[in-house]
Design a protein around this ligand. Sequence first.
Ligand code: ADP
Length: 959
Amino acid sequence: MRTTERDNLHSFLAAGGEMGALMRTHDWESTPLGAPGGWPRVLQDTLRLVLNARHPMFIFWGPQLIQFYNDAYRATLDAARHPAALGQRGRDCWSEAWDIIGPEIEGVLAGGPATWHERRLVPLLRDGALREVWWTYGFSPIVDEEGVRGVLVVCNDVTEEHHNRLALQALNARLEEEVAERRRAESELAAAKGRSEVALEEVSRASDQRRRLYETFLSNTPDLAYVFDLQHRFTYANAVLLQMWGRTWNDAIGKNCLELGYPDWHAAMHGREIEQVKATKKPIKGTVPFNGTFGRRMYEYIFVPVFGPDGEVEAVAGTTRDVTEREEAEEAISRNEQRFRSLIEASTQVVWHCGPDGAMEEDSPTWRAYTGQTYEEWRGFGWTDAVHPDDRAAALAQWRRCVAEGRVYESEQRVRAAGGGYRWTAARAVPIVGPDGAIREWVGTTTDVHDRRQAEMDRQRFVSLAERSEDFIGMAGLDLQPFFLNQAAVRLVGAASLEAALATPVQDFFYPEDRAFIRDEFLPRVTREGHAETEIRMRHFVTGAPVWMIYTVYVIRDAGGAPEGYATVSRNITERKLAEERLRQATVDLQGANQRKTRFLATLAHELRNPLAPLRTGLDLMQLPGASPDALGRARAMMDRQLRQMVHLIDDLMDIARIDSGKIELKRQRVALRGIAATAIEGVAPLMEAAEHRLEVDLPEEALWLDADPTRLAQVLANLLTNACKYTPAGGHIALMARREGQEAVIAVRDSGIGIPPDALEGVFEMFSQVSQNIGRAQGGLGIGLALVRSLVGLHGGTIAASSGGVGQGSTFTLRLPLADLATAPGGLPVAGSAVAQAAGGLRILVADDNVDAATMLAAVLSARGHYVSLAHDGDAALAQARANTFALLILDVGMPGLSGYEVARAVRRLPHLDGALLAAHTGWGAEHDRLEAHAAGFDAHLTKPAGLDEIDALLARL
Ligand code: ADP
C-alpha cells in the first residue's frame, strides 16, 4: 500500500484511465525500476505523454525492455497478455513475434534510427492461437543525456483495414476484369448487335453491388475518405468525414472546402493541391491541423488522381488519417533530443566516441577542454597520458578488457585537468551494437567526480574519526530526525541498535521534562547563533538513568548558507557530575562536622569552665579561718560532685578518642543483662531523684546472657538513661525495658520527654550533634554521649536506633545486642549475681531515704569507701531498684512515702537474686521494739540515724 500512496504524488502517472490506475498501484519497488519517484525524467515525460494519448502507444524501457502501455493499446491485448504485460520484459511478453520485432527494437535501443512500418504482418498469439495481425507501427528511441534509454512504440492494429484493403484489391481486380469484359462485351455487342442485352444488364447490376461494397468499406474505415471533382467540390465523403464536419451527406456534397467552413488558407492550399494532382497525375501528401467536431487534430492526407477511361484525371480522391498522437509522440522525442543536445553542450561532462577497436579517432572537444590535450595528443590511446601515472595502467587495462568483451566500461581515475592538478573522474562507455549484432562504436562520458569523491573521502574520514571518538557525535535534519550517530552515541544511551537510535527524534534522547527546552528553546538558539552549549541529562534508553552531557550543537548549512540540520559533538560528564555531587556532599558533611566541632569546642570550654567556679569558691571557703565544719562539709561534697562531673566529661572524651583511634578494648565476659542494667540505673538514680522522674524497669524473668564488657555496657545504658532524664521535664516517666527476640536482646530506654523531631533522629548519633531546639534543655551536654554509645554498641556487635513521635512526644532508644550462645559458652561459669554486685571492685549498695540530703550524705560516704551506691527516695523506687538489680547491701529508711521500709524489706526477702544480700534498716528510732519489728520484716541490721562511720564500717565488715 505504501507504493500506491507514494505514487499518487507523481503527476506523470496521474492520467491514463485504466492503465494509469494500474501503473499507480503496480508494485514497482520490487522491480529493477524501483519506485516511480526515482524514474528518469525522460521516462516520466514519455509516460505522461503515452497515458494522455488516445492513440495506442507502448514503451519498452531499459535493457530489459520493461513494458508500459496506454488504454488504447490495452484494447489490443487479450486476457492472456494483459495485465501481465505491464512491467513485463519485452522478450518474455512477445516471444512468438520476437524474431520480427526484437532485432528492430534492439537496433533502436542501441542507437539505430527510428523505424516505421505500414501494415506489416506480425503474427501474434491471440485467444490461444497464432493469428495474423497487421500493424502500422514505428519504433522511436527515447533519449536523454545518458543516451538511448528505451523505445516508444506508436502503432495501430490495422488487421481489419488490411482485410478490407485486400477485399478492395480483389474487388478492384475483379472490377477491372469485369470492365475489360464489359468492353469486350460492348465490342461483341457492337458486333453482335445487342446480342447480349441480358448479359449487360447483369454487369450493370454487379457494378451496383460493387459500389455498395465499396461504400460499406469506406464507411467503416477510421480514415477520412472523399472525392473532389475537378471544380474542387466534394462528390463523395465517407461517414467519418461527415461526422468530423458535423454535416449530413446532403448538406455537404457538392460544396467545396471554403463552403464547408475551412479557413481560407486551408481551402486555398487544397485547391492548389488538387490542381497539382490534375497537372502532374501524381499523388500528393501533406499534414495539416484541422478543427473539427473531434477538436483540433493533426491530419495526414494523400490526394490521388482518379483517371477516366481516356487516361485523363477525372477526379481527385483523398484519404486522411488522424496522426495527432503520432505527431505528439514525435514532437516529444524531438524535444527530448533537443534537450539532450543542449544538455551535452551545457554540461561539463566530457563526451567521446570511438570505433569498435577502442582507439579514439573522433575528436572530443569536451575532452580537450577538460584536459588541455590537443587532438593529436588525445588520438588513439594518447588520452592515457592525461591519466594519473598511478591510475594509468589499471584504467587502460580495464578499457581494453571491456572493448575486447564488449562490456560496459566503468572506471574511476585521476585525470590531469587543464587548470593544473589531477582531478578524480568517472568514465563510462557503452558499446553501440549494429543490427548485425557487432559493435559499431563506443559512446563514452567522463565525469568530474572530484568534489563528490573528495566529499566522500572527507565523509569517510569523518565517519572513522567519529566512530573512534568516545564523544556522542550525531547529525540530524531540521525535522530533528537523526541521520548519523556514532557508536559511542548508541552506547551512551543504551539503544538496542543504531537503527533504533536513528529512529528516535532528537528531543526523545532527553528526559520528558527537558524536551520542550531542547525543542523550543535550545535548538532555536542554535539556529539563531550558529551554535550553543548546555549541560543536560540524556536518558538511558533501557535503565532510564541520567547520562550527563555537555551538549554542544552546531548548525549544518547547505552550500547557500541556509540551515539544513544540526550536528553535535557532546561529552559524557556523568562521572564528573557524580564526583561533583560527591564533593558537594563531602563539603556539606565537612561543613556540618566543622560546625558541630566549633559548637563542641565552645560547649566544651563552657562545660570545663563550669565546675571550676564552684571549685574555686570551695577552695576559698576552706581557707576561711571561721568556716564552720558544716559549711566545710557541704563545700567538700559540692567540690566532689563538680570534680566527678568533670572527670566523667573527660572520661567520655577520652573514650571517644580511644574509639576513634581504635585503642579501646572490650573486656568481654559472660554477664546477665540484669546486673548491667542495675549498675546503670544505680548510676543515674541521683539524677532521676533530682528531677522527680518515675523509673519503670521491665526486665524478663529469664536471664539474658551476653558476652559483653559489663562496664562499657553499663556506661551505654547509663548514658541513655541520663539523656532520658535530661531531656524530660521534671516529673516525667522513664522506662527501661528488655526482652529476647530470637538471638537478640532488645533493650529500650523510653521517656516521656521533649522528643526529637523526625529530621533530627538520624543525626543524634553523630559526634557533637545536638538537636538545636533541645539545646536549652541540655543540662551540660557536649553531643558526644550518643556518638560514644553508638560506637560502644557497635563494638559489641549490636545496633542502636532512636525513635520519637516528634516534639513533646518522648523518645525511645532501642538497643539490639547479640545474645551469648550458651551452648558454645566460653570457659567458666556465668558470672553470678552476687559476683556482679562486686564486679566493679567495690560493693553495690542501695540507699533508700526520702530525705534526699541524708541519702546523699550516706551515699557520699559509701562511695568514698569505693562502693557503688544506688539511691531511691521512696519505697516503690527502692523496691523497683531491688527487683532490677543485684545489691550486696540495702540500707532502707523505714518511714518512706508509699511502701514503708518494712514492706520493701519483706518484698526484697522474697527476691531470689537478693538471697545473700544484707538488709539494714535506717531509722530515727532506736527503740528495742523497732529493732524487733525490723528483724521480723527481714532486716539483718538496724542503724540509728545519723549512722556513724564506725557503724557503717561494722556493717560492711559483715559482708
Ligand atoms: P548531649 O551531651 O548533648 O546530651 P548526646 O550525644 O547524648 O549529647 O545527645 C545528642 C543530642 O540528642 C542531645 O543534645 C539531644 O538534643 C538529643 N537527645 C538525646 N537523647 C534525647 C532524649 N532522650 N530526648 C530528646 N532528645 C535527646
